[in-house]
Design a protein around this ligand. Structure first.
Ligand SMILES: *Cc1c(COP(=O)(O)O)cnc(C)c1O
Length: 396
């Protein structure tokens, strides 16, 4: 028998689209994918070189469970430089990706019966990580009119005696929106007043457009900092998704618990990947700006094109590499055997009829939307949009 814990977890709703797209590609069908969640750039050479050197130098053994001191120091420097946050080594733990850091935090903090507030649209893994730790996800809705930011009064009304934490993600996957200092201040006040934890997933902090500057909720004041677990990683900013390297910063007791959990599951993150991460954080940062400029050009093109399509609208995202488009007007339309009643139906229709893969909003707790990643070439974006336009014209 499979455990009750494992039974609570549903297969990702994106999976059917994804496996279908892969199946089609394997058959030789030219599928254009807007479903990817990783930069389409290669890891910068100087970062690769430092990992290669580490391998050649024989840096191939176990390291301290929570990461090598050199990397912890690079992270401490980064948090000071970018986020005006001060941490000590015992307040940092390095893990096998930000997702792993999030999971360790969930293991360290949640007990059966705890409630964890998750604003929707949310990243797909949050509710399931809460469920895997026998706590209850409390999903609170946000609206497009509020740029998908959780309103303080909505947050306040969802706090109960059982609330343990709130999971924040800004800039957001899937919406691309972020919080400014003012709105973070209000949330921080509630967090302190109710003695909650904030899991602050800041993995897209470097991907902000129009000169916006990222503010971490932990930097609002010391009271909220004590209650915040800052989650970040190398995957998105340095195009290092396959390296599996992420980290958490927080109060020493929580970080120690996370490290203990890690010591009984994965042990240390990969030795030579850690050396690459040191170079990523301490080395030249020019790569990020170059990548950002390309993302920005694609963002502008994709959003303005989406808004010319009848029945589709998309507000301009502030960061990350996703367009979160409203397709509510299209629901209820038909074409032949296709009856598009949900965003999932629309995704299936576009995949089969237009050979375009994208993720239905339902996967993120937001029906009536689709998520399109622009971490793909301008050429593919243009061709994909043409296909989408043609397919949507056939619906009535
Ligand atoms: C990609 C992503 C992560 C996971 O990053 P890894 O470091 O590759 O595990 C975490 N949170 C969000 C919102 C993401 O989009």
């Amino acid at each position: 028998m499979i455990s009750t814990r494992a039974m609570k977890i549903k297969p990702s709703p994106t999976l059917s689209i994804d496996s279908k797209a892969k199946e089609m590609k394997a058959k030789g069908i030219d599928v254009i994918s807007f479903a990817v969640g990783e930069p389409d750039f290669d890891t910068p050479e100087h970062i690769k070189a430092s990992a290669i050197k580490a391998l050649q130098d024989g840096f191939t053994k176990y390291t301290p469970v929570g990461g090598i001191p050199e990397l912890k120091d690079a992270i401490i420097e980064k948090l000071k430089r970018d986020n005006s946050l001060d941490y000590k080594r015992e307040e940092i733990v390095v893990s096998c990706g930000a997702k792993h850091s999030l999971y360790n935090a969930a293991q360290a903090l949640y007990s059966p019966g705890d409630e964890v507030i998750i604003p929707a649209p949310y990243w797909v893994s949050y509710p399931d990580q809460v469920l895997l730790n026998d706590a209850t996800p409390v999903v609170v809705q946000t609206t497009e009119a509020d740029m998908f930011r959780v309103l303080p009064e909505v947050l306040k009304n969802s706090i109960t005696k059982k609330t343990k934490a709130i999971i924040m993600n800004y800039p957001s996957n899937p919406t691309g929106f972020t919080y400014d200092r003012k709105s973070l201040e209000v949330i921080a006040e509630l967090v302190v007043k109710h003695n909650l934890y904030v899991i602050s997933d800041e993995i897209y902090e470097k991907l902000l457009y129009d000169g916006l500057k990222h503010v971490s909720i932990a930097s609002i004041d010391n009271e909220v900092k004590k209650r915040t677990i800052v989650i970040n990683g190398l995957s998105k900013a340095y195009a290092m998704t396959g390296w599996r390297l992420g980290y958490a910063a927080g109060s020493a007791d929580v970080i120690k618990a996370m490290e203990n959990i890690q010591s009984q599951s994965t042990s240390n993150p990969t030795s030579f990947a850690q050396k690459g991460a040191v170079e990523a954080l301490n080395g030249p940062q020019g790569f990020i700006e170059e990548m950002l400029q390309q993302f920005d050009a694609r963002r502008k093109y994709l959003i303005s094109e989406l808004n010319t399509i009848e029945g589709v609208s998309c507000i301009n995202p502030q960061g990350a590499f996703y367009a979160f488009a409203n397709i509510k007007m299209i629901l209820g339309r038909r074409c032949g055997q296709w009856d598009v009643k949900s965003c999932t139906d629309l995704s299936m229709y576009l995949l089969e009829e237009a050979h375009v893969a994208l993720v239905p909003g339902g996967a993120f707790g937001a029906d009536g939307f689709i998520r399109m990643s622009y971490a793909t070439s301008m050429e593919k974006i243009k061709e994909g949009l043409l296909r989408i336009k043609d397919a949507l014209k056939k619906l009535s």
